[in-house]
Design a protein around this ligand. Structure first.
Ligand SMILES: Nc1ncnc2c1ncn2[C@@H]1O[C@H](COP(=O)(O)OP(=O)(O)OP(=O)(O)O)[C@@H](O)[C@H]1O
Length: 311
């Protein structure tokens, strides 16, 4: 896959003197779903806003489908649809007029059939004659997406697309994102719902303190950094881990009722059978056992935390 966005050596210091991005290098591949994860204030919106031409870039280069965002601003911008975090649209216009106007802004000829399809995909067709101000918050968000798609962009940025939206809209949103990807649209999203990134994204990038600290295939990341856990519900509570088992990575939880064995997903041949045998030798019985793999959320929290504490 070729790169549709190439960010190299990008930094950004706001007029206040605050440096929001430091030497960011990030290449997004054509047709992928890329999730940008980071704690509040990490620089996600700043990065997206620079690529979309809303915030002035600092040093470094950004190419969008080969177009330099400074030298070739209009061409670069025309490749992009942006669904911002905040709703911003002309409240007095109808849905139909708003979406068609957005298309016109990019110099695209009118295409009512295309706009109809976008509105239908977003369950907005019945609302096309309604004024935006008369719509519910969820419907307004759908309009923001329709606006972003109006000029048939090759790249769609979704900044916190599902923050505060209901389950139905979330589901529609992800169906839409999958449909767009099938048509070759590249999707970059920021999200606080890490399980969504885990489910949706081909690759994830983690940003913290204005620096990209990791970019990885979602699955590889889970395999590389994920941990597995075996949880045993004990028949009788233990006060402490028996000395004979102290060489194992065991933790007691639930007032001594639960024994947790943690091991690296990389070595998933970890000796579970050996552990169970040794428990038997110690006379420790259990009623139930469960395994759990760490989620992307666990991995993310570890990464950002380690970065902050310098581990
Ligand atoms: N116009 C500005 N002037 C000065 N500082 C700014 C400006 N815009 C953003 N910042 C600062 O830059 C940092 C990064 O902000 P940004 O909005 O990019 O983070 P974010 O990762 O999108 O966070 P969130 O998840 O909270 O939306 C923050 O500390 C913010 O206060």
């Amino acid at each position: 896959m070729s790169d549709i966005i190439a960010i190299d050596g990008l930094s950004k210091t706001y007029e206040s003197g605050f440096t929001a991005l430091r030497d960011v290098n990030l290449h997004i591949r054509k047709g992928e779903i890329f999730a940008l994860l980071g704690p509040n204030g990490a620089g996600k919106t700043t990065l997206i806003s620079i690529v979309c031409g809303i915030v002035n870039p600092g040093p470094g280069t950004v190419l969008v489908d080969g177009c330099d965002i400074r030298r070739d601003y209009r061409a670069a911008r025309s490749r992009i649809g942006l669904v911002p975090q905040e709703l911003s649209t002309d409240a007095f216009e109808t849905v139909w007029a708003t979406v068609n106007f957005s298309r016109g802004l990019f110099g695209k000829p009118a295409d009512p059939a295309y706009v109809e399809k976008v509105l239908r995909d977003l369950s907005l067709w019945d609302k096309r004659k309604d004024k935006i101000m008369a719509l519910s918050g969820g419907m307004k968000r759908r309009v923001m997406i329709a606006k972003a798609l109006a000029h048939e962009p090759a790249i769609l940025f979704l900044d916190e697309p599902t923050a505060g939206v209901d389950v139905e809209l979330r589901r529609d949103m992800w169906n839409l994102v999958r449909g767009l990807r099938e048509r070759g649209v590249t999707i970059i999203l920021t999200t606080h719902y890490i399980e969504e990134a885990e489910e949706m994204a081909d690759r994830v990038g983690v940003i913290s303190g204005g620096e990209i600290i990791l970019v990885e295939h979602t699955r590889t990341l889970m395999e590389k950094l994920g941990r597995k856990e075996l949880r045993l519900q004990l028949a009788a509570p233990l006060e402490a881990i028996p000395a004979g088992l102290s060489d194992l990575n065991l933790v007691l939880e639930g007032d001594g009722h639960e024994l947790v064995y943690g091991f690296d997903a990389r070595h998933d041949q970890a000796d579970v059978a050996g552990l169970l045998r040794r428990l038997g030798e110690q006379g420790i019985e259990f009623r139930d056992l469960r395994t759990r793999e760490s989620s992307l959320e666990d991995i993310f929290v570890d990464l950002v935390h380690n970065r902050r504490t310098g581990d």
